[in-house]
Design a protein around this ligand. Structure first.
Ligand code: GLY
Ligand code: MN
Length: 366
């Protein structure tokens, strides 16, 4: 078997889902969201459903994907739904034939409209079971981490190229477009999210939208961007100064960096997301900027740019080995400037591994 096929088999996770069913009292799991269908079958499609049982998995898709699905999905009975044989008819038939009475569904991703339709058409009890996926996806396999790192390397290479492009007079939109172009040219499939490129007073808006403002001497320029490769997201933020940085800018930058390092030093298996956040927030508060850090330290990422587990005040659960989280504290002073620095780390038994290679000392673009 060639390596690609081997990887596909390793990446088909129907068995992992099946193993979790009896513990939850489920006869089957109905997988309908894009990210979880991708997780389960390592196959991206905009429509479809998988039904996973302990004995067998069915994967329903339409004419746009059927040929690729048959070639690429391992370990499932692949069937096409059509106008004549709609998806819910196929699902109903499988449930009836196999006596599937209690079926898990992904309440986290399901619209009320879909839920109402399923309740009306499907001959089973629908049980909310999204956490089955968040538990599995919170612990990344080595192959998933390989893909994340590969996506990260593309983003980092693109940043190096973009640093050469940045000069006073270039607008935030031009810089965002250049980053996007470089990530796609370097092999990305698409963006994890539209790049955030904000400068000067705009940089105090953590998720500001790139504008026609040209970057100017004395600005901070924050670039938060990421790309997807083979289904997995990268995410990084770097803040650079244009021309020069004042003493205050330097102080804020290094406070954010120290906060990030404190959070990273705290992050390890068994520590809660809240504790990681608090370690970083304390550095910022002690420096007198507590009021200017409003968001969480980090979020999980993988198939989605924001997924479990989080490293914020709301997460009182211990982080597991294999979790991947961002490390992205910031200080944002309204109307003046903001700084954020973001890396991605993998949680290990006795610490965490920062997968980012891009440097973090303050870069001043002359
Ligand atoms: N880096 C963008 C975000 O985490 O929301
Ligand atoms: Mn992020």
């Amino acid at each position: 078997m060639d390596r690609k096929k081997e990887m596909q088999e390793e990446m088909s996770r129907f068995h992992k889902i099946a193993e979790k069913l009896s513990g939850r009292g489920l006869d089957a799991m109905m997988v309908t969201s894009g990210p979880n269908r991708l997780y389960a079958g390592d196959f991206a499609s905009s429509a479809g459903m998988a039904i996973v049982t302990e004995k067998k998995t069915w994967f329903f898709t339409d004419s746009r994907y059927i040929e690729a699905a048959q070639k690429n999905i391992q370990g499932a009975d692949i069937q096409e739904f059509t106008r004549e044989k709609p998806l819910l008819d196929l699902a109903k038939e499988v449930m009836e034939r196999n006596g599937l009475k209690k079926v898990g569904f992904e309440e986290r991703y399901t619209t009320v409209q879909d839920y109402e339709r399923w309740k009306e058409k499907l001959p089973c009890e629908l049980a909310p079971a999204s956490t089955l996926f968040s538990e599995l996806r919170s612990v990344k396999e080595p192959e998933e981490i390989e893909r994340l790192v590969a996506a990260q390397r593309i983003a980092e290479k693109s940043l190096v190229e973009t640093l050469d492009f940045i000069k006073t007079g270039r607008t935030e939109k031009e810089i965002a477009a250049f980053l996007l172009y470089r990530m796609l040219s370097n092999g990305a499939n698409r963006m994890s999210f539209p790049p955030i490129v904000v400068s000067g007073a705009n940089s105090s808006m953590p998720h500001g939208v790139p504008s026609d403002k040209p970057v100017a001497d004395g600005d901070f320029l924050t670039m938060d961007f990421g790309c997807m490769l083979d289904g997995y997201c990268s995410d990084m933020t770097r803040t650079v100064a244009i021309g020069h940085a004042t003493e205050e800018m330097d102080k804020v930058y290094h406070t954010v960096l120290q906060a990030q390092l404190a959070g990273i030093a705290t992050a390890k298996a068994g520590v809660t997301g809240r504790a990681v956040h608090e370690a970083a927030a304390k550095v910022i508060a002690d420096a007198g900027y507590g009021a200017y850090f409003g968001h969480g330290f980090g979020h999980g990422l993988g198939l989605e740019v924001h997924e479990d587990p989080s490293a914020n005040m709301a997460n009182d659960k211990p982080l597991p080995v294999g979790a991947v989280i961002s490390a992205e504290p910031g200080i944002y002073i309204p109307g003046r400037f903001g700084v954020r620095i973001e890396d991605v780390v993998v949680i290990e038994e006795n610490g965490c591994r920062d997968i980012m290679e891009a440097p973090k000392e303050l870069i001043i673009i002359k």
